[in-house]
Design a binder for this molecule. Structure first.
Ligand code: SAH
Ligand code: DHB
Ligand code: MG
Length: 228
């Protein structure tokens, strides 16, 4: 829609409308419930994607027949469960998490979801884990949702380690509304957008905080993507 209100960025979604569509299209099973409720049970922040973004990840995985995927930022495993639901039983999602406690909570939720075979949670700094994961690639999908000041570096890794036609997805791409500010993290997020547009066929979906989705172009070669 492009009426004058929506052109200004206004939204018709209210809390009640969002709850309704989430219930109808993106209902939780026991594993998703456990991961989504984790901030109320453990000392972890309530910063996971919403149910509709989760269902979008599941559908994108199904559409692209994703078998091998990487997630940067596991938290309680909520987005990991949605991604893994969209993959076949032989699929593999490597989910990277710095915080040992988040990883433990996530492993339990993934087990409740019955997806332990499909999800491997790797504890450590994502940039180091990504270096090791290169050997397992190329990948069908990379989902970026960790430290915002490094989205440009994570996006570059994705461009170098996705197969042709593979999907790049980045949460929080409006950077909490601070995308256009001058600050090192906002600068990194804008570089992420611009690189994504250069190296992928991309869009920024207007989710509450923006979600970049890009398809890796056919003509790319690892050698022509600069490291910096
Ligand atoms: N994708 C999750 C939410 C992730 S929140 C979901 O939607 O369900 C961001 C997570 O990234 C936090 O758990 C945080 O501990 C982790 N994180 C932050 N910096 C990181 C880093 N350098 N390496 C790996 N994980 C990191
Ligand atoms: C934060 C991180 C996220 O990935 C998110 O979706 C929301 C908030 C945060 O660090 O505050
Ligand atoms: Mg996020």
């Amino acid at each position: 829609m492009a009426d004058n209100n929506s052109r200004k960025g206004e939204r018709y979604a209210t809390a009640e409308v969002s709850d309704y569509v989430n219930r109808v299209h993106a209902a939780h099973d026991a594993g998703l419930d456990e991961a989504f409720d984790a901030p109320n049970q453990h000392d972890i922040p309530a910063i996971m994607i919403g149910p509709s973004e989760g269902k979008t990840l599941e559908i994108l995985c199904r559409l692209a027949r994703v078998e091998r995927a990487v997630e940067i930022g596991t938290l309680a495993g909520y987005s990991a469960i949605w991604l893994a639901r969209g993959m076949s039983p032989g699929g593999k999602l490597y989910s990277l998490e710095l915080n040992e406690k988040h990883a433990a909570v996530a492993r339990a939720a993934v087990e409740t979801a019955g997806l332990t075979d499909r999800v491997e949670i790797i504890v450590g700094d994502a940039l180091e884990s990504l270096e090791d994961l290169k050997a397992q690639g190329p990948f069908d999908l990379v989902f970026i949702d960790a430290d915002k000041g490094r989205y440009d570096q994570y996006g570059r890794w994705a461009a170098q380690n996705l197969r042709e036609g593979g999907l790049l997805i980045g949460d929080n791409s409006y950077f909490f509304g601070r995308l256009l500010e001058s600050d090192t993290n906002a600068d990194a997020m804008r570089r992420f957008h611009e690189q994504s547009a250069d190296l992928f066929n991309s869009v920024c979906l207007p989710t509450p905080d923006g979600m970049v989705v890009g398809i890796r172009s056919d003509s790319l070669d690892e050698n022509i993507i600069p490291d910096h």
